[in-house]
Design a protein. Structure first.
Length: 277
């Protein structure tokens, strides 16, 4: 049975605080590996059906829902079918680690711009891949970033080890930020992190009960922020969508979920805890 479990007292403190002040709740979530299962082709990613159902029930009960992702906003809107789902009329999507934004309430989206440095780096990576002849490597154009996926390689770990120093050199040469992840190396133009994006959102909304759900290294700055906010008196909860690829990430968790299906179960549990509102 797919589920989740509380790892620290903060998990229960969050639920109690949410019930006491649902309007002050902000739940932020990563997309890939958290709301959507990781797939070999990122273009075919789709939100876990149980997660969509849980968000539809939870959305009207809490003050704010947000998706904070490394993906472009337009891609997450499309893959998540956000405009066609009930209960998500107030969701905010922060894409490219906060460099882009879409607010469902207003319909306003800040469009991405492709920096010249990313375009140049993409060409250099393609040339390097042609020289190496590594089968299965896939490049994902994110506008303000480019991601090098090795999940479809015959030996993803070996391909990752081979490519990392090459991609690191290209990132350094073009003054780009290298963001390693699960079977992916991402080069992006902004040094903004998910922690920065979440900090701005907390300040904007005035939320006092904050959770972040994530599954990868790019989520760590947001997890660190929640611990900082907890020290300042806010009720916070770190929800880790666990996987065999990054088992150490659960060291940061207040709640450990069994992948996206476990995150969906946790969201449904929060909704039940808040009751009918």
């Amino acid at each position: 049975m797919t589920t989740w479990h509380a790892k620290t007292p903060a998990a229960h403190d969050f639920l109690a605080a949410a019930a006491a002040d649902p309007a002050g709740v902000l739940i932020a979530l990563d997309f890939d590996g958290t709301l959507a299962p990781i797939v070999e082709d990122p273009e075919t990613s789709a939100m876990q059906p149980e997660a969509a159902k849980a968000l539809a029930e939870l959305g009207p009960k809490v003050g704010h829902l947000a998706i904070i992702t490394g993906r472009p906003v337009a891609k997450v809107r499309d893959l998540g079918r956000l405009e066609r789902r009930a209960g998500l009329g107030g969701v905010i999507v922060l894409g490219q680690y906060g460099a882009e934004r879409w607010d469902a309430r207003t319909g306003v989206e800040t469009p991405p711009e492709t920096p010249q440095s990313v375009a140049v780096a993409t060409v250099q990576i393609r040339r390097g891949l042609a020289d190496l002849g590594l089968p299965g490597v896939h490049l994902e154009d994110k506008g303000r970033a480019v991601a090098v996926h090795v999940r479809r390689c015959p030996d993803p770990a070996a391909a990752y080890r081979t490519l990392k120093p090459i991609v690191t050199g290209i990132a350094d040469a073009n003054s780009l930020v290298l963001e390693p992840g699960k079977h992916v190396l991402e080069l992006r133009s902004s040094s903004m992190t998910k922690g920065d994006a979440l900090r701005q959102l907390v300040a904007e909304t005035g939320a006092s009960v904050v959770a972040m759900c994530g599954d990868d290294l790019g989520d760590l700055p947001a997890f660190d922020l929640l611990r900082e906010l907890r020290g300042a008196g806010l009720a916070t909860c770190v929800v880790v969508s666990g996987s065999h690829e990054l088992p150490a990430l659960t060291d940061h968790a207040d709640v450990v979920a069994d992948g996206p299906a476990g995150v969906a179960a946790w969201l449904a549990a929060v909704s039940r805890h808040l009751g009918n509102r």
